[in-house]
Each structure stands twice: as C-alpha cells, then as structure tokens.
Design a protein around this ligand. Structure first.
Ligand code: SAM
Length: 214
C-alpha cells in the first residue's frame, strides 16, 4: 500500500507537511532522475550486502521501518520475511517503484510506502522491532532512531564514511556510528572502503536510551 497524501502531487503517498526545503527539493529531483533512469527494479530484493552475513538476527514478525528505502528492495525482503514494513523516501519515483516491487512480490498487504522528507525529522510513529537505514546519513536522526526502537529492537544502519573513502560533509568521520549508538548492545559493526555500518539492539531494560540524551 502507498500512503496517500497530497504534498508533492504525484499520486504517491506524501506524509509530511507543506514545502520542501531547497536542499531536499534538489535531492529529490536528483534521486527522481536517477531512479527514472534505472527504471523499475526487477531484482534487488535482499538485505543489503553489508548486513547480509547477519540476516539471522532479523526477526520473522513484528514491525519494521526502512528509512530512505529507495526502490524498496530491502523493504520487500523484510515483508517477505514476515514483517509489517513502512518504507519512506523523499523520491516519489522511488516510492512508486517500491510499491510496484511489493505488488509483484505479493507483499503489498505488509508494506506501506510514503514520500517523506527526513530533513523535517523522523515522522511520528509507534515503536518498531526493526529499523533499517542503508546508505542514508543524517546524524540529527540518530537519537530519534534509537528511541523509535522497541526494547530488544534492532537497528541496521550504514552511511558513507571518510574511512577508506573521500572526505566530505556528507560522510561520517571515524567512530561516528559507534559513538552515536553506544547505548545499544552491539551485534556487529565495521568501517572501511568508504562505508561505516552498525547493527545494534536496544536493551530490554530501560536505560539512558529511554530517558533520552542530549
Ligand atoms: C544511496 S540511496 C539508498 C537507497 C536505499 N536505502 C538502498 O539501499 O538502495 C539514498 C536514498 O536517500 C533518499 N533521500 C535523500 N535525501 C532524503 C531526504 N531528505 N529524505 C528522505 N529520503 C532521502 C534518496 O531518495 C535515496 O533513495
């Protein structure tokens, strides 16, 4: 299912309020053009390669949030696994392709896609069992992502990194993910070849995570 809204007037779901900031508008146009060039995904229903060795920790039921979900390959993989998935992206073209992919895989009933500008923050929603955020970086969201997890919930996150890659404002510096997600129980993490990634679990017991940190 595609969440229906009116903001971008594209016929696909739009979740948040009026006005796209200039940077996001440029990003959206760039990503729309890229996804239109790629065309509808015919493959790619899988957990991203960087997490693939840890697929066994992903539950087979519950709820999942896939941020900056792109063409929906991960979201559809999660839905096929048995999770109820919400996939969000700023690109209406990507969201339409993701909904199409879900339909072709017969998991429309377990997928909800929406056009959301994450520059406006994480949209409201209840706590989830799994958060995936693959190759999208916004450090302002890190604490909100932790708080969005249910106790025992799992996050799988990867961002471009300066380690083994170029330096730049959109890349994580050394140790960024480990520091940001230090309150989680670590499952696996890595940094190199221009990518940083982390898989962590929110502790079952209340801690600083639930109290919030500034
Ligand atoms: C490198 S792609 C990764 C896509 C997907 N996670 C994957 O692994 O294939 C980055 C994604 O971030 C999305 N994006 C960029 N800026 C965004 C924003 N402000 N809000 C929501 N999504 C955004 C793009 O549309 C694009 O789909």
């Amino acid at each position: 299912m595609v969440e229906v809204g009116a903001r971008l007037g594209t016929g696909v779901g739009a979740e948040s309020g009026a006005g796209v900031p200039a940077v996001s508008a440029r990003d959206r146009l760039r990503w729309d053009a890229e996804y239109a060039r790629r065309g509808v995904a015919t493959d790619g229903v899988r957990l991203p390669a960087v997490f693939a060795g840890h697929a066994d920790v992903v539950p087979h039921s519950g709820s999942a949030l896939d941020l900056a979900c792109g063409q929906g390959g991960t979201a559809v993989w999660l839905a096929e696994r048995g999770l109820e998935v919400r996939g969000l992206d700023v690109s209406p073209v990507a969201i339409a392709q993701a909904a199409d992919l879900a339909a072709r895989h017969g998991v429309t009933g377990r997928c909800r896609f929406g056009v959301v500008d994450l520059d406006d923050g994480l949209p409201p929603g209840g706590p989830v069992d799994v958060v995936v955020c693959h190759r999208f970086r916004d450090p302002r969201l890190y604490q909100a992502l932790i708080e969005r997890l249910k106790p025992d919930g799992l996050i799988l996150i990867s961002v471009l990194s300066e380690i083994g890659g170029e330096r730049g404002p959109y890349r994580a510096g050394p140790g960024e993910l480990s520091a940001a997600f230090a309150d989680l129980e670590p499952i696996a993490a890595g940094e190199g070849d221009g990518l940083a990634w982390l898989i962590g679990r929110r502790p079952k017991q209340p801690s600083a995570v639930t109290l919030g940190r500034s």
